[in-house]
Design a protein. Structure first.
Length: 364
């Protein structure tokens, strides 16, 4: 049976594919397996304690997952013209990285849902993976000719760079494969230069232990030096994305007013349920709003208002022990650690008392 041309299939089934969505096709089985590659990163502890695809490398890295599949459709959604690139932030505000400014997976899911509906109507077996830890979603990307893995470890495409999200649909239909192409970063290393913490010092490898984006999503206690490096970032870091030449074009909106800065004091006074709803698309450990508030305390400490000390005094009294740990650090960073002794007189948590003494000893 002759392989089906995907473009003809799209036209025949009246599928509406916008210009900011690209689709590649790879025939399966491919013989590809990334399990060992994922395990190596894990063995070298460059994943920090990140779960996702590292939870089960034998399955997530397995490309040929289904015996019944004959093709894999790779979808890439280009969101670069949807983001604001201003770095300006007002005092007392925090930055949201461009990739997290809204739920960019929604448009991608809507497109893939169109295909799923048609496959269901035609009784075509299929399996979809979108932002799923059980699938290494870059598996087919290079083989489909859509782009290449950059030195930042991001998947890059000409004219788009790293500003894209991926989804994969395994399907039993034989679709014609798109042509594999050769791309390269060449001598460019701007992503490595732009990384504020050296997480990309080794090209094509990301050391998550040094990655700001990782730590702002981590359930672990953030080290003191990383809190300093976080600066006024509330969620995510995208310096490596911004610096990437293939992703720079006049389509990106340059604005002097940042529409995606967060009033940190307002956020810290927001009800947990409302906070989780407002940022439903964020990865938040255990869906616990305290992790967002932790990020806000760090960002506010690094970008304080004149009222921040008094605000922290009030916040400390009504906060969880987890959040108090970061507020204590905030007092220390603001040079106020010796002015809060009365606040600690009534503290019953011994760990917090020890943290307070440790911070005092760090003050020269």
């Amino acid at each position: 049976m002759k392989d089906i041309n995907l473009n003809n299939f799209i036209i025949e089934n009246s599928l509406d594919i916008p210009l900011d969505v690209s689709i590649g096709v790879v025939s399966v089985p491919t013989g590809l397996n990334y399990s060992d590659q994922i395990k190596k990163v894990k063995e070298q502890n460059q994943h920090a304690n990140m779960k996702f695809t590292f939870s089960d490398p034998d399955y997530s890295g397995l490309v040929d997952k289904f015996d019944w599949a004959n093709s894999a459709l790779i979808f890439a959604y280009d969101y670069k013209n949807k983001v604001n690139t201003s770095n300006l932030t007002n005092i007392g505000y925090g930055q949201i990285a461009r990739f997290a400014q809204q739920d960019f997976y929604l448009p991608l899911k809507k497109i893939i849902n169109q295909f799923e509906d048609i496959f269901n109507e035609l009784n075509i077996k299929h399996q979809t993976f979108i932002d799923n830890p059980k699938h290494y979603d870059r598996s087919f990307f290079e083989k489909s000719g859509m782009g290449w893995q950059g030195k930042s470890t991001m998947m890059l495409s000409p004219g788009i760079g790293p500003w894209q999200l991926l989804g994969t649909v395994y399907v039993e239909t034989n679709f014609q494969s798109t042509d594999e192409r050769t791309y390269s970063c060449g001598e460019c290393n701007l992503c490595q230069i732009s990384c504020p913490t050296g997480a990309l010092d080794n090209e094509y490898k990301l050391d998550s232990n040094k990655c700001i984006s990782y730590w702002l999503q981590s359930p672990e206690i953030i080290p003191y030096d990383m809190r300093e490096s976080i600066g006024n970032r509330f969620y995510g870091c995208d310096e490596c994305l911004i610096s990437c030449p293939p992703g720079q074009s006049n389509k990106i909106k340059i604005k002097t007013k940042n529409e995606f800065q967060v009033n940190l004091e307002d956020l810290l006074e927001t009800n947990d349920e409302v906070l989780l709803k407002n940022y439903y698309w964020f990865y938040i450990p255990k869906r616990n709003a305290d992790y967002l508030k932790r990020n806000a305390v760090i960002a506010l400490t690094n970008n304080p208002k004149k009222s921040t000390f008094n605000f922290f005094l009030k916040l400390y009294t009504n906060s969880s022990d987890f959040l108090k740990t970061y507020i204590l650090w905030g007092f220390w960073k603001l040079g106020k650690i010796f002015e809060i002794s009365s606040l600690l007189d009534n503290e019953v948590n011994e760990n917090l008392k020890l943290e307070y003494e440790k911070l005092k000893s760090m003050t020269s």
